[in-house]
Design a protein around this ligand. Structure first.
Ligand code: DX5
Ligand code: ZN
Length: 218
């Protein structure tokens, strides 16, 4: 489970992170540049501040046109892994750059980007992120049409025997978590379903339980 702080109260981020600290596996940090996506959020200074309050794995989702210029700053601020979008190009160089900096390297695809765009990089990355909404905003409805792509990525990972995490991000809640788990996702990002809930830690555990039930049944 990777709670996304995009839906948390930005005025009390440390408190929000504390609310899920004991149940989250990762903390998902959504970085938006106002260019790749029509929204602005946070950058390395906020990651640095949060690092002082949390030992969680920081999973930084870089929705940026030029993430290469900021990878070192994110690493220095305390990011553990960074994920860049395949749509911006220059993937080989970005993945190499992340690894040289000691970051786990993720590659993300928007809902309308096909499996074939990710396929050539599966052997090079540590994580594939399938977006199940168009990135830019929290609280959007899950797009079931991405389930086919998630299944394709899972199949390829298993067939090639790769140690690659398969993350899904966007509209994940109690109802949709079982669907993506059944399709093969092993890392679930949830923003509003966690941070808009009265008790974020309970919401995190409930979503995890729903997903795990499905994986066992699969
Ligand atoms: C969307 C972000 C997501 C977002 C998910 O652009 O990448 O991480 O926070 O939020 P929910 O879970 O509300 O769809
Ligand atoms: Zn995200």
């Amino acid at each position: 489970m990777a709670p996304s702080i995009l839906s948390a109260d930005f005025g009390s981020l440390a408190e929000a992170v504390g609310a899920v600290a004991n149940v989250a596996d990762w903390l998902h940090v959504d970085v938006m540049d106002g260019h790749f996506v029509p929204n602005l959020t946070i950058g390395p200074p906020v990651v640095r501040s949060l690092r002082r309050h949390s030992g969680l794995y920081f999973d930084c989702h870089l929705m940026m046109t030029n993430p290469g210029e900021y990878l070192e700053a994110f690493r220095d601020a305390g990011a553990d892994g960074c994920t860049v979008h395949v749509e911006i190009g220059g993937t080989d160089e970005l993945v190499t750059g992340m690894h040289e900096l000691g970051l786990r390297a993720g590659l993300a695809a928007n809902p309308d980007t096909p499996f074939e765009a990710l396929e050539p990089y599966l052997g090079d990355v540590d994580l594939v992120l399938c977006m199940s909404v168009f990135p830019g905003f929290g609280g959007q409805a899950f797009m079931p049409e991405v389930l086919g792509k998630i299944t394709q990525v899972r199949h390829a990972i298993d067939q090639q025997g790769l140690a690659v995490d398969l993350e899904v991000d966007g509209g994940i809640d109690l109802a949709t978590a079982p669907l993506v788990a059944a399709a093969g996702a092993n890392v679930l990002v949830a923003g509003s379903a966690i941070f808009c809930a009265e008790r974020p830690w309970e919401a995190t555990e409930a979503i995890r339980a729903a997903a795990c039930r499905e994986r066992r049944g699969a």
